[in-house]
Design a protein around this ligand. Structure first.
Ligand code: HEM
Ligand code: HEM
Length: 184
C-alpha cells in the first residue's frame, strides 16, 4: 500500500502527486495575482512572502518525491493498447514535468535572492543567497520563471487531458491507479 509495485502506485506517490499538483496550481494563481498588486495594496508583501514560503517548502517536497521515485519501482504502463510512441511520450512528459518543477523553483529562488538577502522560510529557517549573483539577475530569472510557470501549467493540463482520455475513452485504470493504491 505504501510503496509502488509493478502494477500500481503506492500511497506515498499518490499523496505527493496530488499535494504537489494542487499546490502548484495555487502558486500559479497566486503568482499571477500578486504581480498585479502595487506597494500600496494591503496584501502586497504578504502575498509575495506566502508565494516564496510555499514555493521553498515545495522544493523540499520535490526532493523527497524524486528520492522516493528513484528508490521505488515505477509501475508498468497500464494501457495494453498503447503504442510505443504513446508510452515514450508519457515517459518524457513525466521527466519534463519534474525538470520544469525543479528549474521553476530554482529561478524563483534566484529572483528572491537577487539583492543578496537570504529567504526567510516561515520564520523557521534562512535560506542563504547564491554567492555568485549575476547582472540583471532579478529580471532574467523573473522572465524565465514566468515562461516556465506557464509551460508547466500548460504541459500539466495536457497531461491531465491524457489521463482523462484514458479514463473515459479508453476505459482503463490509468487514472484510478493515481487515485487509489491497488496492486492486482
Ligand atoms: C522556490 C519557489 C519559488 C519562489 C522563491 C518564487 C518566487 C517568485 C517571485 C519573487 C515572483 C515575483 C516576480 C516579480 O516580481 O516579477 C514570482 C512570480 C511568479 N511565480 Fe513564483 N516562486 C516560486 C515557485 C513558483 C511555482 C512552483 C510556481 C507555480 C507554477 C510559480 C509561479 C509564479 C508565477 C505565475 C509568477 C508571476 C509571473 C509574472 O507574471 O511575472 N512560482 N515567484
Ligand atoms: C501541476 C500538476 C501536475 C504535475 C506536475 C503532475 C506530474 C506527474 C508526474 C511527474 C507523474 C509521474 C508519476 C510520478 O512520479 O508521480 C504523474 C503521473 C500521473 N498523473 Fe500527474 N501531474 C499533475 C496533475 C495531474 C492531474 C490534474 C491529473 C488528472 C486529471 C494527473 C494524472 C496523473 C496520472 C493518472 C498519472 C499516472 C500516469 C501513469 O500511470 O503513467 N496529474 N503526474
Amino acid at each position: 500500500m505504501i510503496k509502488n509495485t509493478e502494477n500500481g502506485y503506492g500511497l506515498v506517490a499518490i499523496i505527493l502527486h496530488w499535494l504537489m499538483a494542487i499546490t502548484l496550481f495555487s502558486l500559479f494563481g497566486l503568482g499571477l495575482y500578486m504581480v498585479e498588486l502595487t506597494y500600496y495594496d494591503a496584501w502586497y508583501k504578504g502575498s509575495l512572502d506566502l508565494h516564496k514560503n510555499i514555493g521553498m517548502t515545495l522544493f523540499v517536497v520535490l526532493m523527497l518525491r524524486i528520492v522516493w521515485r528513484l528508490v521505488n519501482t515505477t509501475p508498468k504502463n497500464s494501457d495494453k493498447s498503447a503504442s510505443s510512441v504513446e508510452i515514450k511520450a508519457a515517459h518524457y512528459a513525466h521527466i519534463a514535468l519534474y525538470a520544469l518543477m525543479l528549474v521553476l523553483m530554482l529561478t524563483g529562488y534566484l529572483i528572491s535572492t537577487a539583492d543578496g538577502r537570504a529567504i526567510d522560510v516561515f520564520g523557521l529557517m534562512q535560506v542563504p543567497a547564491f554567492p555568485f549573483n549575476f547582472a540583471n539577475q532579478e529580471d532574467i530569472a523573473g522572465s524565465i520563471h514566468e515562461i516556465l510557470a506557464w509551460t508547466l501549467i500548460l504541459l500539466s493540463l495536457g497531461h491531465a487531458l491524457a489521463a482523462l482520455k484514458h479514463h473515459f475513452i479508453n476505459k482503463n485504470n490509468t487514472l484510478l491507479r493515481m487515485i487509489k493504491p491497488s496492486h492486482e
